[in-house]
Design a protein around this ligand. Structure first.
Ligand SMILES: NC(=O)c1ccc[n+]([C@@H]2O[C@H](COP(=O)([O-])OP(=O)(O)OC[C@H]3O[C@@H](n4cnc5c(N)ncnc54)[C@H](OP(=O)(O)O)[C@@H]3O)[C@@H](O)[C@H]2O)c1
Length: 296
């Protein structure tokens, strides 16, 4: 089957993609949900998808920035709308998924991108009392993906992209919520790195479960220290541009790359060892299902 890129005859990895012609009446418009697209990498990915002809569901917490991104897509001749949900509350994730299921009869692309860094102040907790970085970066996306999976399968060929990171730390199954974790200078990034590896375990696990469904799932490290709010807030001097990370992300959206890969620097790469432990993946899935109140 022809890929979306082929069908739309768009150049791959173009930094400044041109807006496509509006779809004719009755023509199916592909739908993409990009979490955390009110700024940073997600915003650039959303803008590019809008220019490629997707109806883009822009997501984040800031309605002001989200509406502005949706308006920019519309001004470029595309289609977009903003949906608000704070991933620090799982009910808001459920409401986001329920809204998408109610309002769209297809979902061609889910980009799980929303993220926060570890906090210098130490351990933060969500509305559910879960470790906050684990919840926003991984668990909320696990729940969102589970709820949207039937629609993605119905819309196949479809794709899921998990925006992870090269910063990866193993999950301690005796302390997933990091209650016994004591941040020190060396370990300050542990919540972030744990959540980012959890995304890779999720990617490999889902790839197996989605085999032959027509839905592919891959993860990536977009680029190192892009010029975004997250990086600047951590006091780090940016080393790469958002464009670079968006190029890498679009590669996973448009190119023929198979399923179940972790990409870094434009090619499949080896993730942390724990991602290749089938028992760890099954254990994380089981724990995650329990934490979000679902059964297998
Ligand atoms: N920057 C890098 O160098 C780098 C490197 C590797 C991986 N990454 C990954 O790339 C992704 C995007 O990062 P970025 O650098 O673009 O960060 P960013 O500019 O800080 O953007 C983060 C996005 O996530 C959303 N978000 C944050 N907290 C949220 C919450 N509680 N609920 C819902 N949405 C929330 C934000 O929306 P609101 O502000 O509207 O809430 C924003 O749209 C992240 O997953 C990050 O881990 C980044």
């Amino acid at each position: 089957m022809a890929s979306l890129a082929m069908m739309m005859a768009v150049p791959l990895l173009a930094s400044n993609v041109q807006a496509t012609e509006p779809a004719a009446a009755g023509e199916a418009v592909p739908v993409a949900l990009v979490t955390g697209s009110t700024r940073g990498l997600g915003e650039e990915v959303a803008l590019r998808l809008g220019a490629l002809g997707y109806h883009v569901i822009v997501h984040g917490r800031s309605a002001e920035r989200g509406e502005a991104v949706a308006a920019a897509i519309a001004e470029g001749g595309g289609r977009a709308e903003f949906r608000r949900a704070d991933f620090l509350a799982l009910d808001e994730v459920r409401a986001l998924a329920a809204g998408v299921l109610a309002d769209f009869d297809r979902l061609d692309l889910l980009v799980n991108n929303a993220g926060i860094g570890s906090d210098e102040g130490g351990r933060l907790v969500s509305a559910e009392g879960y470790e906050a970085v684990f919840q926003v970066n991984y668990l909320a996306h696990f729940l969102l993906t589970e709820m949207l999976r039937p629609l993605l399968i119905d819309s196949a060929p479809a794709r899921i992209v998990n925006v992870s990171s090269a910063a990866q730390a193993p999950i301690d199954f005796n302390d997933v919520m990091l209650e016994r974790w004591q941040p020190d200078d060396r370990q300050i990034g542990r919540p972030y790195a744990q959540s980012k590896l959890a995304q890779v375990l999720h990617t490999y696990d889902m790839a197996e479960r989605l085999e032959d469904s027509g839905v592919i799932i891959n993860a990536l490290h977009p680029a190192t220290f892009m010029d975004t709010y997250m990086v600047r807030r951590a006091g780090i001097e940016p080393q790469t541009s958002v464009d670079e990370g968006a190029d890498r992300t679009l590669q996973l959206i448009l190119e023929d790359i198979g399923s179940g890969h972790y990409f870094r620097d434009g090619a499949p790469a080896r993730a942390h060892e724990q991602a290749y432990d089938a028992e760890a993946r099954a254990r994380l899935r089981q724990i995650s299902l329990e934490l979000v109140g679902l059964t297998d």
